[in-house]
Design a protein around this ligand. Structure first.
Ligand code: SF4
Length: 369
């Protein structure tokens, strides 16, 4: 990963946030002078971004308040088994650059935003934990921004670890493709902060996951977290069909199972490449022939997204799951945003009947957001 100090080419702070501690932290960290603004810069640009606008948005930082709810149910996808996940969005856009990133079809703002009113996000969570004191909500901060790659700017991770240590019924997930764990890894915690790493074989990291930490760097960071008592998790997602994919994914599982015992790993989710058809254009524009993502044939699936053929997906998932089973039956592997056909094709049963992960799929109270 490159030095984030020099990453941003433009830096804006909304005037209402200028004197906040978080703004001061970011200002003193970055090697660029901020501009105070009274409204969102580039408000003339909205809707779908071109490839070039999307690229530029990664290097324009805007600190602002978030209006509306922070906490909401993971939208999941139509027809998929729901694992009852919630998200807490503390920003939008990512400084890394994966070819398959769904943000290319999601983001319609030409800026990377970091929200300054984290105190309000925590108040919202506080209210929910009071309303549902026994509900074991799992909350992730890595849906539309990487949980840790910008943490040196804001050091939000330490704030969150401290807050969750006082709310042991809830689980927080930091989800990252960085190896940036230094700001929280030595803190006291309650064992309810799961540090999860999205991983892929090195050959795919090199060709598709630009500006991310290497596979080795991510695994070393995960090992450090586990050594400090943090539960770790892994997302082998999206699996990508490349030549010799079986061999590459076997090596990935082998290295993972040689470094982590099933007891140390809270969950391992597995998913395959998927994106909405409209994303093809921006993907082509930004990565052209330099990506493997468009090489294999993709088909419109039950939820309208393009995916590999169901039989190929079953084969890919079963391959990974079987490799974990060979190492130890207790690795808690599940499928992310996949159809019931994929579950049956991979596990020959439904998620609620699989030991180790069944609790994720039990219904939780409805939270109005
Ligand atoms: S790390 Fe995640 S959010 Fe960032 S570019 Fe890659 S897929 Fe997108």
């Amino acid at each position: 990963m490159e030095d984030i100090k020099n990453w941003f080419k433009e830096f804006y702070i909304h005037e209402s946030c200028w004197d906040l501690d978080i703004s001061k932290k970011v200002r003193s960290f970055l090697n660029i002078n901020p501009i105070k603004v009274s409204s969102r810069p580039y408000s003339n640009i909205s809707g779908n971004l071109s490839g070039q606008e999307f690229d530029i948005s990664k290097q324009r930082l805007y600190l602002t308040r978030h209006e509306g709810h922070f906490f909401r149910k993971c939208p999941g996808t139509q027809g998929a088994a729901c694992c009852n996940y919630f998200v807490l969005n503390l920003g939008q856009q990512c400084n890394m650059n994966c070819s398959y990133c769904y943000l290319q079809s999601y983001i319609n703002s030409p800026l990377t935003q970091i929200y300054t009113n984290i105190d309000e996000a925590l108040m919202e969570l506080e209210g929910i934990s009071r309303q549902f004191p026994d509900a074991p909500f799992r909350v992730g901060t890595g849906e539309v921004v990487d949980s840790l790659s910008l943490d040196d700017l804001t050091q939000t991770s330490s704030l969150l670890v401290n807050w969750f240590s006082k709310h042991p019924k809830l689980t927080l997930e930091f989800k990252t493709k960085s190896n940036n764990v230094k700001n929280f890894v030595n803190l006291n915690h309650a064992g309810n902060v799961v540090v999860s790493f999205s991983i892929n074989p090195e050959v795919i990291v090199n060709s598709e996951e630009h500006r991310t930490a290497s596979l080795q760097q991510r695994l070393v960071a995960a090992r450090l977290c586990a050594d400090k008592g943090f539960p770790v998790a892994f997302h082998i997602d999206p699996m990508i069909y490349v030549p010799d994919w079986e061999m590459h994914y076997t090596s990935l599982v082998n290295v993972l199972t040689s470094m982590f015992t099933p007891r140390e790993v809270k969950w391992i989710s597995v998913g395959a490449l998927r994106f909405i058809p409209e994303m093809k254009n921006i993907l082509r524009e930004r990565f052209g022939g330099k990506t493997s993502v468009l090489e294999a044939e993709l088909f419109k699936s039950h939820d309208g997204k393009l995916r590999y053929d169901q039989r190929l997906r079953n084969k890919m998932f079963k391959h990974v799951v079987d490799e974990f089973k060979k190492a130890d039956l207790k690795y808690p592997v599940f499928l992310c945003m996949e159809s019931h056909e994929s579950w049956l094709g991979t596990f020959e049963t439904s998620p609620r009947k699989i030991a180790g992960i069944e609790s994720f799929f039990k219904p939780l109270p409805t939270v109005s957001t």
